[in-house]
Design a protein around this ligand. Structure first.
Ligand code: OSB
Ligand code: MG
Length: 379
């Protein structure tokens, strides 16, 4: 089967956050993201989301930069594409189309939005669910909560609430000055909950003693303690501490995964699909890790219900054995871009099996939330 892309829309969307979200590098106050909307020659529409921030506080890619690159370089190439796919290997057809934008360096989030829109289009055309397209099997996804940096009291109170609601693990954002005490307090309140920390690159090897002091708290893992572009120093750290290291920011492609595993830089991989140029590449990383028994889990970037739909389908693959960062939109936003967004019940999300995205796009909400719109090809 074949589909060709006839039209592309690039939308910048803004949704208020109910509470600001602070990581070691800075604070996110509003959710702004890019939506890529592709239309094919059958008139079918596919959406993708690049869940970026305006400031480069997580990685170097920014909302404005991705917007420019999508509009000027990537979408014009995709508009010339015909995707050839057969039912058995539909993802190979999408991967082949993505190879066209691979010649551009970086901009994984921009590429991921395109890859998502192509997956959505193929799923709609084949009338299969994203889960079926990706080959996922789990009926439910276990969810952990990610707690931003806040006062000690606020973090403990939030942890209490989420543990009582049934969330399967608690992740504490840490940075120098907000680490040992907060871990101690939450561990004391919840002696057995799977607990982890995420430093978003706030430490260096000079902090080994401090990071080693977290050993007694029986943490599930320590996510991205050192620089966002480092692998080697993480290997040094992992040799010095008992807590398993997990890499997030350092992993942008399968090659990085291979190097991290081969050097012993980490024992666990956070597969954040948008960070690795989309769901198809994320599945390749999953397959590689599953074959080598490297545990993986699905990270998030405060996506709307559109971006989360792809992550949920992907997280139903068998190698995703640890709880996902997949809190529901109701925890972050006053409204979502899909109708009837998923809920988390007893710490679980039910994976949708309906054809296409699995959720109904709320076109009206998207229209109301759009702050800029570009249509390609230009007339
Ligand atoms: O490092 O995982 C991260 C949010 C913004 C930037 C970076 C990260 C996060 C999260 C959010 O932890 C997780 C989620 O989307 O639920
Ligand atoms: Mg992280």
């Amino acid at each position: 089967m074949k589909l060709s892309i006839t039209r592309a829309e690039l939308l910048q969307v803004q949704i208020p956050l109910l509470h600001s979200f602070t990581i070691s590098g800075g604070t996110v106050r509003d959710k702004k993201c890019l939506l890529v909307k592709l239309t094919d020659s059958n008139g079918v529409v596919g959406y993708g989301e690049a869940p970026l921030f305006e400031e480069p506080i997580y990685l170097t890619e920014t909302l404005t930069g991705a917007h420019k690159v999508l509009e000027a370089f990537m979408l014009p190439l995709i508009l010339k594409e015909t995707i050839e796919y057969d039912e058995k290997s539909a993802l190979d057809g999408i991967d082949a189309a993505m190879k066209k934008v691979d010649s551009f360096r970086g901009f994984e989030f921009a590429k991921a939005a395109i890859a998502q829109a192509l997956c959505h289009l193929v799923a709609e055309n084949m009338q299969v669910s994203l889960q079926t397209l990706f080959g996922g099997t789990a009926k439910t996804i276990p969810v952990g909560e990610s707690l931003g940096i806040n006062s000690l009291e606020a973090v403990v109170e939030e942890a209490n609430l989420r543990v009582s609601e049934g969330y399967k693990r608690i992740k504490l954002k840490i940075k120098p000055g907000h680490d040992l005490e907060v871990v101690k307090a939450v561990r004391k309140a919840h002696p057995t909950i799977p607990l982890m920390v995420d430093a978003n690159s706030a430490y260096t090897l000079d902090d080994i003693d401090l990071l080693k002091a977290l050993d007694p708290f029986d943490l599930l893992m320590m996510e991205q303690p050192l620089s966002y572009d480092d692998i080697i120093d993480h290997a040094t750290l992992q040799k010095a501490i008992r807590t398993p290291v997990c890499l997030d920011e350092s992993i942008l492609c399968l090659r990085h995964v291979r190097q991290a595993v081969e050097t012993g830089a980490c024992n666990i991989i956070n597969i954040k699909p948008s960070r690795v140029a989309g769901p198809v590449r994320a599945k390749q990383i999953h397959d590689w890790c599953l074959a080598r028994k490297v545990p993986v889990w699905c990270g998030g970037m405060l996506e709307s219900g559109i971006g989360r739909a792809f992550n949920i389908a992907l997280a139903s693959l068998p190698g995703f054995t640890l709880p996902a960062d997949m809190s529901p939109s109701a925890m972050y936003f006053p409204y979502d871009l899909v109708k009837d967004p998923y809920v988390v019940q007893d710490g679980l999300i039910t994976v949708p099996t309906t054809p296409g995205l699995g959720y109904v796009i709320d076109e009206e909400m998207i229209r109301k939330s759009t702050t800029s719109r570009t249509v390609l090809p230009h007339d």
